[in-house]
Design a protein around this ligand. Structure first.
Ligand code: MIG
Length: 822
């Protein structure tokens, strides 16, 4: 929290101590149908039920108006179902069908309770909610932002914390202090760094298996103290502005994420090509270099769907221009690459070069769309192009204008936009950001940079996505951004910035991506191979072993580093990487189905074990392994010269992907994972949809779709989602979603492909069922009751071909009873 004030010009400098002042006695001023409004001195406090399992609390100090408008919030109209607001002597209860908020009035303290009587997010009885006045009353301090606000919650000793967006360090955040302030940190992201490029002030708490969540919506500086200062307390504070927070009752992580992403928005379905392998490097400087990279991928049969152009394609780093010497014919180049199945993504930075001869700069200035100094002049600072002005993305007109500028890139055939430096980062004094007193005129609702800092990247991405959607309404926008805030999932995917080619960062990617997923941002990836520093063949291969399971799979590196394209280190690495990238392409139908699930429910794609097994506390620190959906568990190697590692398998039967060996969890097992064969486990009875390997998504051969399945006594199911892979016909019913289930007994494995929902017809004639893990050849196979003959038994794999059909299909595999161990 700030020591004094951001605004030296308004204050007589003096040292002031921070004395936290808890709110005192509250008086009810209004009782609404779903909540209550209170006055505590000059402060207004509101508590409202938005949904049966979602409450909103607002503290507006100093007579400030009650206001919840926020760029993070996607849904503003709520129906909480039946709500009872019950007035008692010195308390008010706001009760929904699933939970209630207990509002004690003297002094004001809040607590939440679910239908089972579980209490959560309970105010600390002594400290509760309150203010940190900046200076003793009567001083000459004038601060336009008002005093910092805070809420202290009691922390039961069994409560553990996760989420908090983009972080270094491990998965669990108990006993940590988290700062939410977007920054372009020094390249060496170590555990000593706190905040990075993205801020999502969202917490997922788990207490003996039951989850709840808290989202503090304030795009200025926010801090969470997660039992670091005191083991019995956690506090949540906003440096300026109002304290608005949302409490999610859970009680599962999935329920919290579902509601959180209903509030802040869902990840849209990506275009299918975005799920392939992407290749980037700061250093593809000319059209010929890009051509050469494309040629290598195809000549070497290495899958790739997208190539990236970093800042060198621009004319003197002027955004929305091309360097005509190095890229004489962008449209020609991009068409040539498209013919080989590559999409081209170009970088765009927010800084607009101050240059009278540059139309983009002049337009923005003439329309008054840039940020201002506090004296009203255009704010300037230095970035790659030299002196720049910075669009005020809080102004809707600036967003429209910015979106429109992308025409220059889309006309050349560019498929997607990469937003960088959008914290925003400036070079003076050192890599820094805009000063707190820079004004965002906002097109009529002015705010200071300190108030909106964490929104800059979010709103740049939003401007970009909306621009792309307007300019090319028949295609799904592809926008990748470095910076962002809560709700970013609606606008863009995120990569985790400038990591290093270190083994530590192979490990760090895992907790980092898992906590992003737990914070609503599911479409994420790290720079595979590492950005700064020099990769080695082994490091790159191990990183690809993990990277093919990232929702976003891109190899990227800095200009001054050793090349790290898949062939850069020769054999055996290139061969391993080819096989791994082919596995990525094979997994696309499964990944796409997970994107569909994420789009509908907010469930992360790459998810921590605790998401699925919250009642198993061993999962809470299992942060060097993860789940991809429900069906796959991946345990990468993150050390050099190591071929073995311990893997924790939660309850249920799991099968090693390469060997087929069965393991019964919960158990710690020793995995052998030689280079090129990462430890992957399939969950029993969960059919895994796979395509044949291909070089890029547009090459998708129609036949067959394979369903890989390991049966074991019990049941399971996955879901398969397909559509045209781009555009919006799926919103008008042109999609195919079906449940793939498997139930196994001692005598029979029954696989059911439920009738498809939706009218899309996948372009195929056959589906192939691949059953592994059976002890002996089955006695018989039946398809919809009739004996099936289109099956083979070879190397302990049952392979059955069935005609593709939108109708329900049921396969019964009769096991040889005497030999069966299932
Ligand atoms: O100051 O555009 O994180 O991916 O290659 C560095 C050059 C600016 C930072 C991005 C990185 C990108 C680089 N950019």
């Amino acid at each position: 929290m700030r020591d004094d004030t951001h605004f030296r010009q308004f204050v007589v400098p003096r040292a002031t101590g921070h004395l936290y002042e808890p709110l005192g006695t509250a008086a009810v001023v209004e009782q609404g149908p779903a909540g209550v409004r209170l006055h505590v001195g000059a402060a207004t406090v509101e508590i409202a039920a938005l949904a049966p399992d979602l409450f909103r609390v607002g503290l507006f100090a100093d007579g400030r108006p009650v206001a919840y408008a926020s760029e993070a919030i996607a849904q503003t109209v709520w129906h909480a179902g039946p709500v009872a607001v019950e007035r008692q002597d010195s308390a008010v209860h706001v009760r929904t069908s699933a939970a209630r908020a207990l509002v004690q009035l003297d002094p004001l303290r809040l607590c939440f309770e679910d239908a089972a009587g579980r209490r959560f997010a309970e105010d600390d009885p002594e400290l509760g909610m309150g203010l940190l006045p900046l200076a003793p009353r009567g001083s000459r301090l004038v601060d336009p932002l008002g005093p910092p606000t805070r809420v202290y919650k009691r922390r039961p000793p069994t409560e553990r914390y996760f989420g908090c967006g983009e972080r270094t360090g491990g998965l669990e955040k108990t006993d940590s202090h988290q700062v939410f302030w977007n920054t372009d940190p020094p390249v060496e992201h170590t555990a000593s760094l706190n905040n990075l490029y993205v801020s999502i002030p969202f917490l997922l708490a788990l207490d003996r298996g039951a989850a709840w969540g808290l989202f503090l919506d304030n795009p200025g500086r926010v801090e969470f103290d997660l039992a670091r200062e005191h083991p019995g307390r956690a506090w949540f504070g906003a440096d300026c502005g109002d304290l608005v927070y949302y409490v999610f009752a859970g009680p599962t992580p999935a329920a919290v994420l579902d509601r959180y992403t209903e509030l802040t928005g869902r990840t849209p379905l990506p275009p299918l090509w975005a799920l392939g392998n992407h290749q980037s490097r700061w250093g593809y400087k000319t059209a010929d270099e890009v051509r050469a990279i494309a040629r290598e991928f195809r000549a070497r049969d290495l899958p790739c769907d997208a190539l990236y152009l970093d800042i060198d394609y621009m004319d003197g780093y002027r955004v929305f221009t091309w360097d005509r010497e190095r890229f004489p014919d962008p449209a020609g180049l991009i068409a040539e690459l498209a013919a080989q199945g590559f999409h081209v993504v170009t970088i765009v930075d927010p800084g607009v070069k101050v240059d009278e001869g540059y139309a983009v700069y002049r337009e923005g200035r003439d329309a008054d769309l840039y940020c201002k100094t506090f004296l009203g002049a255009e704010y300037h600072n230095v970035v790659w192009p030299g002196t720049c002005a910075f669009p005020d993305f809080t102004n809707p007109r600036a967003r429209d204008w910015w979106g429109e500028q992308h025409r220059a890139l889309l006309d050349a055939g560019v498929a997607g936009i990469w937003c960088d430096m959008d914290e925003p980062t400036v070079f003076i004094p050192t890599p820094a950001t805009l000063p707190p007193d820079v004004a965002h005129p906002g097109g009529g609702t002015p705010r200071l940079h300190a108030q909106v800092h964490n929104l800059y990247g979010l709103l740049m991405a939003r401007a970009t996505r909306e621009g792309l959607a307007r300019l090319r309404p028949d295609r799904r926008p592809f926008v990748i951004t470095r910076s962002g805030y809560a709700g970013l999932q609606r606008d863009a995917l995120h990569w985790t910035g400038d990591n290093s080619s270190w083994w530590e960062h192979v490990w760090m990617s895992m907790p980092q991506l898992q906590n992003l997923g737990l914070s609503g941002l599911a479409w994420v990836g790290t720079d595979i191979g590492g950005y700064a520093g020099h990769a080695t063949g082994e490091l790159l291969t191990r990183w690809v072993e993990l990277g093919i399971f990232q929702p976003f799979c891109r190899n990227h590196a800095a200009w001054n580093t050793r090349p790290q394209e898949p062939w850069a280190f020769g054999e055996p690495y290139e061969g391993h990487i080819r096989k791994l990238l082919q596995l990525r392409q094979r997994l696309i139908p499964y990944l796409y189905s997970l994107f569909d699930e994420c789009h509908r429910t907010g469930a992360p794609i790459l998810r921590p074990l605790l998401f699925a097994y919250p009642d198993d506390a061993t999962t809470y620190n299992a942060d060097d392994e993860f789940l991809l959906g429900d069906a796959l568990l991946v345990a990468p190697i993150a050390r050099p010269g190591v071929e073995h590692r311990v893997v924790y398998l939660p309850r249920g039967a799991w099968f090693h992907y390469w060997s087929g060996q069965r393991f019964d969890g919960p158990a710690h097992v020793l995995a052998r994972a030689p280079l090129g064969e990462p430890a992957i486990y399939l969950r029993a009875n969960h059919p895994l949809p796979l395509w044949p390997a291909m070089r890029h998504v547009a090459e998708r051969p129609p036949d067959p779709l394979s369903l890989l399945l390991f049966p074991a006594a019990g049941e399971g199911a996955t879901s398969l989602y397909e559509d045209a892979g781009d555009g919006y016909e799926h919103e008008r019913g042109a999609y195919a979603r079906r449940r793939l289930a498997c139930a196994t007994t001692a005598t029979t494995v029954t696989v059911t492909l439920d009738a498809q929902e939706g009218a899309y017809q996948p372009p195929r004639t056959q589906v192939e069922l691949l059953l592994r893990g059976l002890p002996t050849r089955p006695r018989a196979v039946r398809l919809d009751g009739a004996p099936a003959d289109a099956w083979t038994w070879d190397a302990a794999i049952l392979r059955l071909t069935l005609p593709a059909s939108p109708r329900a299909q049921r396969i019964a595999i009769e096991l040889d009873h005497s030999a069966n161990q299932a």
